[in-house]
Design a protein around this ligand. Sequence first.
Ligand code: GTP
Ligand code: MG
Length: 423
Amino acid sequence: MFIDEVSLKVIAGKGGDGCTSFLREKYVPLGGPDGGNGGHGGNIIFKADKGLRTLIDLRYKKILKAEAGTMGRGRNQTGNSADDTVVIVPIGTTVTDADTNLIICDLVEDGQECIVARGGRGGKGNAAFMTNKNKAPYTSELGEPGEERNVHCELKLLADVGLVGLPSVGKSTFLSKVTAAKPKIADYHFTTLSPNLGVCKTIDNRSFVIADLPGLIEGASEGLGLGDKFLRHIERCKVIVHIVDMGATEGRNPYDDFVLINKELENFSNKLIKKPMIVLANKMDMPDAESNLKAFKKKVKCEVYPISAINSEGIDNVLIKLADLLDTVEDEPLYEEGEYLSHVLYKFEKTKPFTIEKKDDYYIIHGEEIERLFKMTRFSSNEGALRFAKKLRKLGIDDELEKMGAKEGDIVRILDFDFEYRK
Ligand SMILES: Nc1nc2c(ncn2[C@@H]2O[C@H](COP(=O)(O)OP(=O)(O)OP(=O)(O)O)[C@@H](O)[C@H]2O)c(=O)[nH]1
Ligand SMILES: [Mg+2]
């Protein structure tokens, strides 16, 4: 089965908890804090591999989780970092953040990889909290939660040339003659149900990849027939080969067919219609083909190459032309600058650390930084709770609450936890 779209949730591993521990040895009184830091949580990495052709391996995965780092231990032993979870995808896979619709990565080369969700950092052990003032800290941090993301993966095949045309015009036949690919060929519509790729070599030894796509019909860009599901694969092709049945075997008019397909391409995206296109007049072995071609050529401006795919006639010429054309076509980026998220993943931008919302008698504090801090605090130790309170003050939350008119005893909420406000 060819799967070119999947949605799933990725959850990177939580960092290991830091450890609270003191050195206890026979002749070393007051040996001092020696709780180690937790290990790093595993990242979720997407990696492109040329051995894969579809996203089917991800089809039934709804949630992908990376392992957590292990806890720190006494004697300053750091916990083990978890291995990253590597998700192998085919070349041409784009991973998008489903909530923001921004692209996290576009994996176009074999072996290219990207961290899609970062593992959490290990919590600090109590040894890390030792200061001149506090030689015996009784608290340590919990591990940082791993990043969570809803992602949408979309595969756009990477081919140099995309074959388009109505059903049964001979796209698969053409592919089978110019490459080693063995697509199914038959005289009924929609013989091809998913894209086939083949590598083609010209007589002067240049090679390129051709994608044979399922046939298009009127309304394909709106979902008719096999719909626009496969049109996206043309987006990455550098050149479009448009095959027209010049034999008019099904009693259609070749020129109308040509116009119809172009309209579907344009409706799908105006990027497609701007691509260089060459037209193959196929089935020239049929009786009416010559006169049809004459009439056709009068109406279209672009170059038309008469071939008979079934008899391999006129094909070498076409391949040379394609190779020449490909040599001149520049790689154009598939996505525009603003569509990318990848810089967001690593960007260093100070966002407001918190916001406070007043609801009835509650003050609810939101904010990624404050929520993370909360999740990493050990409230079971007094020192931990105190440290958290100090951080709140430092971030300016106390001042903000006071400004908003909070009174002694009011309830302050972070995530699902309630505190009492004290001055
Ligand atoms: N006479 C003649 N028939 C051809 C030629 N090329 C292909 N055919 C026939 O046309 C029919 C359809 O060919 P396919 O290659 O399966 O067509 P397709 O465009 O891939 O069709 P879909 O996959 O359904 O979109 C088959 O019966 C082929 O044998 C040709 O040059 N001449
Ligand atoms: Mg076909």
